[in-house]
Design a protein around this ligand. Sequence first.
Ligand SMILES: *[C@@H]1O[C@H](CO)[C@@H](O)[C@H](O)[C@H]1NC(C)=O
Ligand SMILES: *[C@@H]1O[C@H](CO)[C@@H](O)[C@H](O)[C@H]1NC(C)=O
Length: 406
Amino acid sequence: MKFRWVGALLLSAAAYYVYLPLPSGVSEPWKLMLLDALFRSFIRASHVAHSLGACHRVHLLNRAISWVEVTDARSSPTVHVTDSTLGAVPTRVFQPIGGAGLKRGVIYFHGGGWALCSGRMRSYDLLCRKMAEDLDAVIMSVDYRLAPEAVFPDQYHDAVAASRAFLSSEVLQRYGIDPERVCASGDSAGGNLAAAVVQELISDPTLTVNFKVQALIYPVLQALDFLTPSYQQNQDVPILYRPLMVQFWLEYLGADASLEPLLLANNHSSLDQPGISAATRSKLNWTALLPAERRKSFQQVVKETGSGGLVGKLPGLTDVRAAPLLAEQDVLRRTPKAYVMTCEFDVLRDDGLMYVRRLRDAGVSVTSDHYEDGFHGCMAFAFLPVMSSVGQRSLNNYIRWLDQNL
Ligand SMILES: *[C@@H]1O[C@H](CO)[C@@H](O)[C@H](O)[C@H]1NC(C)=O
Ligand SMILES: *[C@@H]1O[C@H](CO)[C@@H](O)[C@H](O)[C@H]1NC(C)=O
């Protein structure tokens, strides 16, 4: 009897911890709640360890994720998997076994706020295996350096170095990749790196091979407006809460974590910031760039006065290499055909949708694949044990798009 009471008490405590009111319409809310509870526990534990001085919270979080998730390079009967390097950057390579002729090639950048995760993680390993199998393509999953040891532009430089090596005739020949059919892709912070790399390399006259397509999955693309309609609408939606995204940005740009409230209030992009021109503001002016059904009745938050001079101290905020949405139209115009995946329940939805609009305005052909029931990170949870339904749907559509366009 006593045990039954204790059991019931523990169960309701667990349910209380896991339960979270979610907006109606989000795909499989219980799965998202469980994922969120797990992620929250990891974050809390790492904050405790951090405040006890045991180690940096990001390290602990990464160690926990690695412990649960990192897998060895294991080949299967259909895909040969090896850990190698591209331009001195560690990279896991997935090569389909068999078949004749040259294969298509994809360089992939994993997500994790420039601070977490790895291409060797189970979820990314499974993603790249599936891509290699379904597309009969060589997939290279890049382990660029992470914050806090590496800060902008280190991650970007690693992504560029790996991409240059990927596009070199030596690597293309070694892996039997068709130079006419190569793609840059990534999700979340990895989508940020993929977009930035494409912008950088597409204008490089020394390269003889360049990307045919770019495929961006819920990418992070700007750090000047943390109150876009999607940031406002989804600030309490797991797993990427609004403050967490701001913390990732501060960490990436090597800035002090104490700036978080200031950025959350959009004080860093107030009108008295001399470092932000009207031309720059127009590139992320969502009142002009988003369709009415996404703008809804949300109001733009532009402060008259804020923290003058902050942009001068944190130049990464307006650097296109960190914020590819701020690129000039002339650069966007040269970038290849694009696929941009966005989710309704994601603070980054509008980063992606504004990029779709800016690429189209520049004359680039773009497939905008929007999931009305999607949440940030869903594609990484397309596999067991979570097997998110919207994750599986989006993964299949992403692979289909690559199959038809690469
Ligand atoms: C933001 O700036 C306003 C002035 O526009 C100021 O009153 C407020 O305290 C600032 N908030 C933060 C968090 O810095
Ligand atoms: C943003 O767009 C709106 C609507 O097109 C326009 O009225 C406003 O002046 C623009 N603001 C900036 C900073 O470009």
